[in-house]
Design a protein around this ligand. Structure first.
Ligand SMILES: [Zn+2]
Length: 290
């Protein structure tokens, strides 16, 4: 059974880039007769904007998406993330860290794919008393790779490209990486289709899956929708919210972006028919990385 999911963060209303990601994962799952979950990734409660989750759900409904089962909210799942952290601690794979950002920047000499690599200070020295601790996962030099059907083979050396990364922050919030891995495993997700902005996260997620004894889903990362200035559409780049009207035309634009074929009379089709046609003709290999 194929199980896919769409997992928006409620930091702003859905824009065309988020629609493209939703369409891709939806068609990928439904074209294979699979299930498709909706998960609201509100684990980082400092970035949550009131009312946005409800707005995202309404927009998806308006565009004709139907998800299977109940909507999952990461903000309600700390117990599962806590259990995974306990498992990693028991295995001796996670350790507390009381270093400040500045201390790390001052003491690290290595740069990875996302900035300075944590030098392992708190592995070698006692942590500071009375200081809230983050939890880091130990990394090693074994390479982690996967075959992406759109982006090609991807590989990272966890120790030299990433370093010991945070799985629970000092403010008590679980990291995106841990929450996603736990949820994908508990929800039985087999196929992750998402935007290429998350390409750098995937090896970390596979590494955590291996440490926790979880299966690794198939991953495909679709190209990002860019604005006229070449920036990724996002709240930061002031991407406009999806329109409430012209839904069929907007959905067609998303399918065109994903290099999918269209029926002759696409614009005059009822929404439900367009979806059925999209499932029947969906071909992930048509998507190219540029
Ligand atoms: Zn530290």
């Amino acid at each position: 059974m194929v199980v896919g999911r769409f997992a928006p963060s409620p930091t702003g209303p859905l824009h065309f880039g988020s629609l493209v990601a939703a369409v891709a994962s939806y068609c990928d799952a439904k074209s294979q007769g699979g299930l498709w979950w909706l998960r609201i990734e509100d684990v980082d409660q400092t970035r949550r904007v009131a009312g946005v989750s409800a707005n995202i759900i309404q927009t998806l409904q308006r565009y004709g998406f139907t998800w299977d089962g109940e909507i999952v909210y990461q903000s309600q799942r700390d117990q599962y993330y806590e259990a995974a952290l306990a498992q990693l601690r028991q295995l001796g794979l996670a350790y507390a860290c009381t270093c400040s950002r500045k201390e790390i920047a001052d003491s690290s000499t290595l740069h990875g794919i996302e900035g300075v690599i944590y030098p392992g200070t708190c592995l070698q020295h006692p942590t500071k008393p009375d200081t809230p601790a983050a939890w880091r996962i130990k990394t090693d030099r074994s390479p982690i790779g996967f075959a992406d059907p759109i982006q090609g083979h991807q590989q990272n050396n966890m120790a030299t490209d990433i370093g010991d990364f945070v799985i629970k922050r000092a403010d008590g919030l679980f990291s995106y990486q841990l929450a996603v891995v736990v949820d994908d495993a508990l929800q039985g997700v087999t196929h992750v289709v998402r935007g290429a902005d998350l390409l750098n996260s995937t090896t970390r997620q596979i590494y955590l899956q291996q440490l926790l004894g979880y299966p690794t889903p198939a991953y495909a990362h679709i190209p990002l929708v860019l604005n006229a200035d070449g920036q990724k559409l996002s709240k930061q780049t002031l991407a406009t919210a999806l329109p409430d009207d012209n839904i069929v035309a907007t959905l067609i634009a998303a399918l065109v972006f994903l290099q999918q074929p269209l029926p002759d009379n696409a614009l005059s089709l009822p929404l439900a028919h367009l979806w059925q046609w999209a499932f029947a003709h969906w071909q992930l290999p048509k998507i190219t990385s540029d």
